[in-house]
Design a protein around this ligand. Sequence first.
Ligand SMILES: Cc1cc2nc3c(=O)[nH]c(=O)nc-3n(C[C@H](O)[C@H](O)[C@H](O)COP(=O)(O)O)c2cc1C
Length: 214
Amino acid sequence: METKISEIRKEYTRGKLTQCTINDNPFEQFEEWLNDAIAHNADEPTAMIVATVSAEGHPSTRTVLLKGVENNKFIFFTNYESRKGKQLADNPYISLSFVWHKLERQVHIEGKAEKCLDQVSDTYFSSRPYKSKIGARISPQSRVISSRMEIMRAFVKEVCKLAGHEIRRPDNWGGFAVTPTRFEFWQGRESRLHDRIQYIIQEDGSWKQERLAP
Ligand SMILES: Cc1cc2nc3c(=O)[nH]c(=O)nc-3n(C[C@H](O)[C@H](O)[C@H](O)COP(=O)(O)O)c2cc1C
């Protein structure tokens, strides 16, 4: 029997979020929820949707992997000449969304992105598997290519060229560090009366916490 899309629905009953129990510090709250997602074997727990906006004001989204939260900045790695990389060069405002369906939770983060220091990108790059390093060197991410063969040829050529050499990070690949100005923690509840708690950064660096209507 064919499933009608509009009839796919479930009740969210796994948890609740109250201002009495939520952490005052949004970074600690995030860490707690990410650890819960990992402990519950959520699929790709570090995957986040990254939204960027072009110079013309057109938004676009894609998934990337969070690689750390360092000094209260969310770090991910990508190609600086990719679509997102170019958009961030024009407009550093960014939004990150984590969805952990297994726990009926999502977190939205808004802030500003800046390139990581070369040393941070070098350290992460050197920890990547060999083939991922080669891939990052040869893929002109987000550009149109003629065929998969083109990229496979470039891969093999690079492997031969660099045989016996250290595989170094290319200049056009590295990290972005996102400094949040807003967090929203969302816990699904029954009858679609979900819990939503937002944190907005204040001028003195403290976080104002408020409940939002579902
Ligand atoms: C689960 C998952 C993880 C991904 N992780 C990354 C990542 O960490 N960095 C990255 O550049 N692309 C990653 N991608 C690919 C991106 O979604 C995207 O296709 C690519 O970065 C090009 O995006 P752009 O053309 O919008 O710049 C990932 C995709 C998926 C589905």
